[in-house]
Design a protein around this ligand. Structure first.
Ligand code: ADP
Length: 481
């Protein structure tokens, strides 16, 4: 379905700017038009009132003279009244039969006016336009309830118009100033808003290209700041998910290769091992040992068997790493796993169990998972920590419950992880240990185990020195199973 777009709707910025301009112009027009008409009505009413008041004054003052037929005095009063009121163009008295009895004109009653009056009712009013005073509106005021005729007061509209225009001009000026301020504020706000939205769009495009760059500007507390915050949160999650995916992809590819190689090497190692063992047994024969040049055989064969054992450990590690078994799901106490991993780790490195200090949570920390996989992950962490610790320093293992998660933390007093290695230590085959000592698989196995249990693993260097590895797993809330 095609949607109709109005001509400015190319962007929110365009819409807002056009909307503000339209609003300002429309409001200005309505304000000026409305004010003009309201002021006009007001001043016309005012003129009517003033004309009526002047007429009533004249009617009161002239009653005596009318009764006495003192036309001269009457004329004088009307001339005075007109002179005192700038808005009054003229005043004349119409007798009950429609004749002009007295007036304020100094040079006689104008002929034109007399002609206009000629066919009219006695009290009818005129609305005329004169070359000297412009538009004039007559107001008729009866004298003695009309028995003595009426006073016709000609009010000049020109002055009224002037005053009206002045008022409208001042009002328009004020309204225009306000509207210009509104327009500038509207433009400024719109540009500010659109610049911030443009910033977010730029950030989205950068993320699309895989280039994260600096986070979006979160300053302020308005909706755009909330959007920027939500956006930064999402982009961090996206970055982590992308890293996890790359890691998982690497693991899968390397795992496939490793398991094939490890199988082949294992078979060969088994054969070499069996042969070496058989030769070593035969070499114990005193007759053979007496033969010249044979005295080193048992020692060399022992060395061959030791090396085979080391190779077996490496291939076992590789097979462990490649194993993609679905983990068993059982309720198990993380504290029990932490305790259970101590003897094996100590044995592995030929150290005392006391080298690991346990500071576990008092309450059990039930998690749901595969006990042997979790045990393997914890042993790996202990081995690394013991390996990094200077002699005499203990590894501290603690556990706690944090927001529905069980956390086990392994802290050592070693050198910690160099910042440039921190991103890579969970990658398969990343090792800083000398050739033949490390496979670089331990942490990547730990990470895979944590993730397959719905958890995470992280590393931080302790401010007091040493590394702290933390594995976080969801607490199993349902008992049983
Ligand atoms: P490996 O132990 O065979 O090297 P891992 O995957 O277990 O493989 O560890 C990878 C790397 O992480 C190590 O070579 C080491 O550089 C670093 N690392 C692991 N644990 C620690 C630790 N406790 N302290 C310092 N560095 C560590």
């Amino acid at each position: 379905m095609r949607t109709r777009r109005w001509p400015f709707a190319r962007s929110i910025k365009g819409d807002l700017l056009a909307g503000t301009a339209f609003f300002v112009v429309a409001l200005g027009t309505v304000l000026v038009g409305g004010t003009h008409s309201a002021l006009g009505t007001l001043l016309r009413e005012e003129m009517q009132k003033r004309g009526t008041a002047i007429g009533a004054l004249a009617a009161n003052a002239s009653r005596e003279m009318l009764l006495n037929a003192d036309t001269y005095a009457l004329h004088q009063i009307l001339v005075d009244l007109q002179a005192q009121n700038e808005d009054v163009a003229y005043i004349y008295l119409l007798s009950a039969n429609g004749k002009v009895a007295a007036h304020s004109f100094l040079n006689g009653f104008p002929r034109g006016l007399a002609a206009l009056r000629a066919g009219l009712e006695p009290r009818a009013t005129l609305h005329i336009r004169t070359p000297e005073r412009g538009a004039i509106r007559e107001i008729s005021v009866p004298v003695l309830d009309g028995e003595l005729g009426s006073l016709q007061v000609g009010m000049s509209e020109e002055r009224l118009r002037e005053r009206l225009s002045r008022l409208v001009f001042i009002w328009v000026l004020a309204a225009a100033a306000l509207l210009i301020v509104k327009l500038i504020a509207g433009f400024w706000l719109t540009l500010r808003f659109s610049n911030r939205v443009d910033g977010l769009i730029g950030k989205v495009e950068r993320i699309g290209r895989g280039d994260d760059g600096p986070p979006a500007d979160e300053s302020g507390s308005d909706e755009i700041s909330s959007l920027a915050k939500a956006f930064n949160r999402t982009s961090t999650q996206l970055r982590e998910t992308r890293r996890d995916l790359i890691h998982a992809g690497k693991l899968a590819a390397v795992g496939e290769l490793a398991s094939g190689v490890a199988h082949e090497i294992n078979n060969t190692l088994n054969t070499i091992g069996v042969c070496a063992q058989a030769l070593q047994e035969r070499a114990e024969n005193p007759a053979l040992r007496a033969a010249a040049g044979f005295e080193d055989f048992p020692e060399y064969l022992g060395a061959i068997r030791e090396e085979i054992e080391r190779c077996r450990k490496i291939t076992a590690n590789l097979l462990d790493f490649a194993r993609q078994d679905a983990p068993e799901r059982r309720r198990v106490d993380l504290n029990d796993l932490a305790r259970g991993a101590v003897p094996l780790s100590a044995l592995h490195l030929g150290t005392k169990e006391e080298a690991i200090a346990l500071k576990l949570a008092r309450d059990p920390l039930p998690v749901r998972g595969d006990p042997s996989q979790l045990h393997q992950a914890i042993v790996n962490l202990y081995l690394n920590a013991l390996d990094s610790s200077p002699p005499g320093e203990r590894v501290v293992v603690s556990s706690r419950r944090v927001n529905g998660n069980a956390v086990i933390s392994v802290q050592d007093r070693g050198p910690g992880v160099a910042p440039e290695h921190a991103e890579r230590i969970f990658d398969p085959f990343f090792t800083t240990k000398p050739a033949g000592k490390g496979t670089g698989l331990g942490l990547s196995i730990c990470r895979r185990i944590a993730q397959s249990h719905g958890g995470t693993i992280s590393m931080a260097n302790h401010p007091a020195g040493g590394a702290v590895f933390e594995m976080t797993l969801p607490v199993d809330v349902e008992p049983g199973g």
